[in-house]
Write a protein that binds this ligand. Structure first.
Ligand code: FAD
Length: 476
């Protein structure tokens, strides 16, 4: 068909990667089209990921906190939960943010095209709307930001509302009595936390030998101890091997070290990872190479094998996190603007983050960034560790929540920080300081001598650095 519209940059997918790229490109003076199959912008993160999960987790955390208060001399009644109202609240939070994005796109004169985008060739993309109407747009450069979707286990019954992915779990349609979480990663444990606080008994099954893989064992231990009361079974090194839909629930059978007899659940959440959308965008027509698993390989400037086509976010690989997608989106937009406008400095922009933080927004939160202690051990890297237990933190004790700790990992010779991890309330809000320290090449004296406000949880970072410093025997 006829070509309708010609753009400097076409961005495919309006998640955190896509909208960040589109906005940065527009701010740099380019004519931008943003193609999104759904009516709202924001992608997985805003619509069915980071934001709705955190809206629910905040409510869960407040409810959980009140349950600890009896020991402090304040007794609350058992909360009465209105699921419809809670769902409406979550939807309102999402609406506020996606509406904000639409307004920002308009302000920047980014053309939003709603429909499914498929490449026709390296300069054209066809957008097909839900009503079947299609148009073809031309572009000088493209940024693929088509994201990922939840992996579905092939042996689970299809089309049963009692078997969900995170998207279904976030709809908050039911309040189950017994829930199974398949996959003990961050997403599974976050959603499990929400439902268990709302009244469900939890089981979790994980193939590997630990929950929250990637975090150091000592952090996970603290989390497990604090959350023990939520679970009937924590099954590690165990697989789900079958499921039968029955009138009274989904009967699931297990195999492995921690396998119990078959169990029946009202809700089964499959949270076993996410798969990139690389195979459904017509990449081959544009000549863009897509790996076997659907990831698109890129260089440090986010360029694919086709020099005019870039890719960012979940679709280019791990870690699949919104903050990584945003930074990659900025890089792609800057490189393109630099090339199209002949600005060499912009054209040299590249993704060179040393570290990307991870956070489980559970209760307590678990956050880590950079080198972990387990990785240091495995790789034979000599480190000096500074560990500050929150049983020595005035603020954590005053809050009645001293179960956590703060740990910093330093290079044993240079004393520069390599990474850090925190388990405890608000860990996620504090881990950014560790990321900054790593990016700036701070050493233990820099962090230890930085005056943190007292009494705060953040103070524990300075204390951990001082602990590390105190343990050094080779100081001048
Ligand atoms: P996405 O957000 O996946 O967006 C891709 C967009 O492209 C989608 O809107 C899709 O509809 C569109 N699209 C795809 N193909 C086409 C096509 N052919 N045509 C038109 N449009 C198309 N990350 C965090 O950092 N912190 C968190 O707390 C966090 N919590 C999460 C909780 C859950 C339950 C889930 C599922 C994820 C969470 N994540 C979190 C991960 C985060 O959501 C992703 O890393 C992030 O959304 C990736 O952004 P993206 O731009 O790569 O793609």
């Amino acid at each position: 068909g006829a070509v309708e519209g010609e753009f400097d940059v076409l961005v495919l997918g309006a998640g955190p990667g896509g909208y960040s790229a589109a906005f940065r490109a527009a701010d740099l003076g380019l004519k931008v089209a943003l193609v999104e199959r759904y009516l709202t912008l924001g992608g997985v993160c805003l619509n069915v990921g980071c934001i709705p999960s955190k809206a629910l987790l905040h409510v869960a955390a407040v409810i959980d906190e009140t349950s600890h208060f009896e020991a402090l001399g304040v007794k609350f009644d058992k909360p009465a939960i209105d699921l419809d109202k809670l769902r409406a609240h979550k939807d309102k939070v999402v609406g506020k943010l996606t509406g904000g994005l639409a307004a920002m796109a308009k302000m920047r004169k980014v053309t939003v095209l709603t429909g499914d985008g498929v490449f026709v060739d390296p300069q054209h993309l066809r957008v097909t709307a839900a009503d079947g109407g299609a148009k073809t747009v031309k572009f000088k450069r493209a940024i693929i930001a088509a994201g990922s979707e939840a992996v579905k286990l092939p042996f689970l019954p299809k089309d049963d509302p009692r078997i969900v992915t995170s998207t279904g779990a976030l709809q908050l349609r039911q309040s189950p009595k017994r829930m199974l979480v398949i996959g003990g990663g961050i997403i599974g444990l976050e959603m499990g936390t929400v439902y268990s606080t709302l009244g469900a008994r939890l089981d979790v099954v994980e193939m590997m030998d630990s929950l929250m893989l990637g975090a150091d064992r000592d952090l996970v231990k603290v989390w497990e101890k604090f959350n023990k009361k939520r679970f009937d079974h924590v099954m590690l090194k165990t697989k789900t091997v079958g499921a039968i839909a029955k009138a009274d629930g989904i009967e699931v059978s297990f195999e492995g070290e921690g396998a119990p007899a078959p169990q029946t659940y009202d809700l089964v959440l499959q949270a076993v990872g996410r798969t990139p959308n690389g195979k459904r965008i017509g990449a081959e027509a544009a000549g863009v190479a897509v790996g076997e698993r659907g990831f698109i390989p890129v260089d440090l400037q986010m360029r694919t094998n086709v020099p005019t086509i870039f890719a960012i976010g979940d679709i280019v690989g791990q870690p699949m996190l919104a903050h990584k997608a945003v930074h990659e989106g900025h890089v792609a937009a800057e490189v393109i603007a630099g090339e199209l406008k002949g600005d060499d400095k912009l054209a040299r922009s590249a993704f060179d983050a040393r570290v990307i933080p991870s956070v489980a927004y559970t209760d307590p939160e678990v956050a880590w960034v950079g080198l972990t202690e387990d990785e240091a051990k495995a790789q034979g890297i000599k480190i000096t560790k500074g560990l500050f237990p929150w049983t020595a933190s005035g603020r954590a004790i005053a809050n009645g929540r001293d179960e956590g700790f703060t740990k910093l990992i330093f290079d044993a010779e240079s004393h520069r920080i390599l990474g850090g991890a925190i388990v405890g309330t608000h860990a996620g809000d504090m881990i950014g300081e560790v990321a900054l320290a790593v990016e700036m090449g701070a050493d233990m004296v820099d962090i230890g001598k930085t005056i943190h406000p007292h009494p705060t949880l953040g103070e524990s970072l300075g204390m951990a650095a001082e602990v590390a410093h105190g343990s050094c025997t080779d100081l001048p």
